[in-house]
Design a protein around this ligand. Structure first.
Ligand code: ADP
Ligand code: MG
Length: 492
């Protein structure tokens, strides 16, 4: 075993024609900062609107305009850095990254190059099998988004929409710490959850508010890193996984054929399921970075960072640990519940003063399951935590069985109402009256003498009697009482 070997490593290797390969992945995630105004202008960041509705003279790069830093965007970057347990740099520098593109009227993007606002940090990534692995963060810097060129409106003309021009982005660069498509997907999922908890980026990948450049290389296990290719601008978690898998395969095939990988920028085509070259390293831009002379180095106060830190919400890892501790939940259940701040809040309202595990089971399996089926989330849930709590109380008191609870939940979900009242009105109460259960049992025994013979030889047949009696009682017989009565009457 080498230093870098982790317990689950073996199962992640890709087997090629000539042996095993390991894929190495590092991600550069672009996250749009949640803010009212752009990074250096007062124009709105609202999504949609008519083309060029949200464009100030600064965003259009009119001569003589000067950028003025938006304090809130800086605060958001600092909050994000704190959420990534990263070093916050009290002095950072904005540089000009020079290139020409029609949707970039300045002729350069203002970004941070050598001195980013946030340095090294860490994200604990939760894998589907329950294991958590650390992924290092190299840096986070602030930069401007570009506008958008539109080529499909006219056969002879192109148009430019500058609404996004100047919107603040955080570029979050990971270390090459991921070893499978699964891990990369789990990393983006976790990063997105953290950003959403912090309120620093809404994580809406469909709107392009979170997108990733995916760096992929392959190597023989335990050897030096191979040459990487960078797959630009992948905009869904599923596509990130697919892009990694096809790119790793492509590189392995080249290497196994005796070829070499040339460092290049590639694009993923989800329709064809392949990556293709966009530009090679030789064609790479020389951006001629230099400090933007219109902007002083950005200096922030340590006290301000402390204030922002004190105001941070409880983050997913801490919330998960607390839910496990306070409610006796498994890591898996706690992980599901903390995926969104709202789902964890819903659960806690249900669980307050009740059995935590029972509450988690019901919320995850029944409530989330049903919401998923409807394409809804907790924010648009037709059932409230109070209603779910009332159902759990009815189970706990023995008024209804857990089987009837599912029917009751369905009624409350589709029709609403107070669970206690519905149980009364619809006669859903569990029958604990032993006389009534005995009557049902007697009838079944009398009608099935053959089965009675069989169960004496094979006690597991009891289940058949339980099923019959439950059916006859409309699912309302108290299961424990029913079992006892059946065993007594059958003499087993
Ligand atoms: P650049 O400055 O050219 O963008 P960086 O060193 O900043 O290069 O790396 C960019 C991204 O590529 C980072 O996310 C890093 O983790 C990743 N990376 C670096 N080397 C490799 C490699 N050999 N294989 C996969 N990813 C890599
Ligand atoms: Mg880079």
């Amino acid at each position: 075993m080498t230093l870098h070997t982790r317990p689950s490593e073996a199962k992640k290797l890709i087997s090629g024609a000539t042996g095993d390969w390991e894929v190495v992945i590092g991600l550069e995630v672009h996250a749009q900062v949640s803010s009212e105004a752009k990074l250096f202008s007062g124009a709105s960041t609202a999504f949609g609107g008519e083309p060029n509705d949200h464009v100030s003279l600064v965003d259009a790069a009119m001569p003589g305009m000067l950028p003025v830093i938006n304090r809130e965007c800086v605060a958001q970057a600092v909050r994000t850095g704190l959420g990534l347990k990263a070093e916050i740099h009290l002095v950072s520098v904005f540089d000009r990254k020079n290139y020409f593109y029609p949707d970039l009227p300045q002729g350069y993007q203002i970004s941070q190059y050598k001195s980013p606002i946030v340095g090294e940090g860490i994200v604990m990534v939760d894998l589907p099998d329950g294991e958590s692995i650390p992924v290092g963060i190299e840096r986070l810097h602030l930069e401007q988004d570009a506008g958008k060129s539109i080529h499909d409106l006219s056969p002879t003309q192109s148009f430019v929409d500058l609404n996004r021009s100047g919107v603040a982005l955080m570029e979050i660069v990971s270390r090459p710490d991921m070893r499978s498509a699964e891990e990369a997907k789990a990393y983006v999922t976790k990063l997105r959850t953290i950003l959403r908890y912090l309120g620093t980026c809404d994580g809406d990948m469909e709107k392009g508010n979170l997108r990733a450049d995916v760096n992929v290389s392959v190597r023989r296990p335990g050897t030096e890193f191979g040459t990487r290719c960078e797959i630009k601008n992948v905009n869904s978690i599923r596509f990130i996984g697919q892009a990694i898998e096809v790119e790793a395969r492509r590189q392995i095939e080249i290497l196994e054929d005796g070829g070499t990988i040339s460092q290049e920028t590639r694009l993923f085509d989800p329709n064809k399921g392949e990556t293709r070259s966009m530009r090679s390293k030789e064609e790479a831009h020389d951006y001629r970075y230099f400090p933007d002379p219109d902007l002083l180095p950005l200096e922030i106060r340590a006290e301000w960072v402390d204030e922002l830190k004190a105001d941070l919400p409880e983050l997913p890892d801490e919330k998960k640990a607390r839910l496990m501790e306070a409610y006796g939940l498994s890591a898996y259940d706690a992980g599901v519940l903390v995926a969104e701040r709202e789902t964890a809040e819903f659960f806690e309202q249900v669980a307050k003063g009740r059995d935590g595990k029972a509450a988690a089971n019901f919320v995850i399996n029944e409530v989330f399951g049903r919401l998923n089926k409807e394409g809804k989330d907790v924010a648009s849930s037709p059932v409230s935590p109070a209603q779910i709590g009332a159902i759990l109380d009815l189970i706990f008191e023995g008024t209804i069985s857990s089987k009837i609870a599912k029917d009751l939940f369905e009624i409350i979900f589709t029709e609403g109402g107070d669970p206690k009242v519905v149980v009364e009105q619809r006669g859903m109460k569990q029958v604990t009256d032993t006389g009534a259960i005995e009557k049902v049992v007697d009838e079944i025994i009398a009608a099935n003498p053959d089965k009675v013979e069989q169960v004496k030889a094979k006690p597991t047949m009891l289940g058949w009697f339980v099923g019959q009696a439950m059916k006859a009682s409309g699912g309302k017989a108290n299961p424990q009482a029913l079992n006892e009565i059946l065993k007594a009457k059958l003499g087993i």
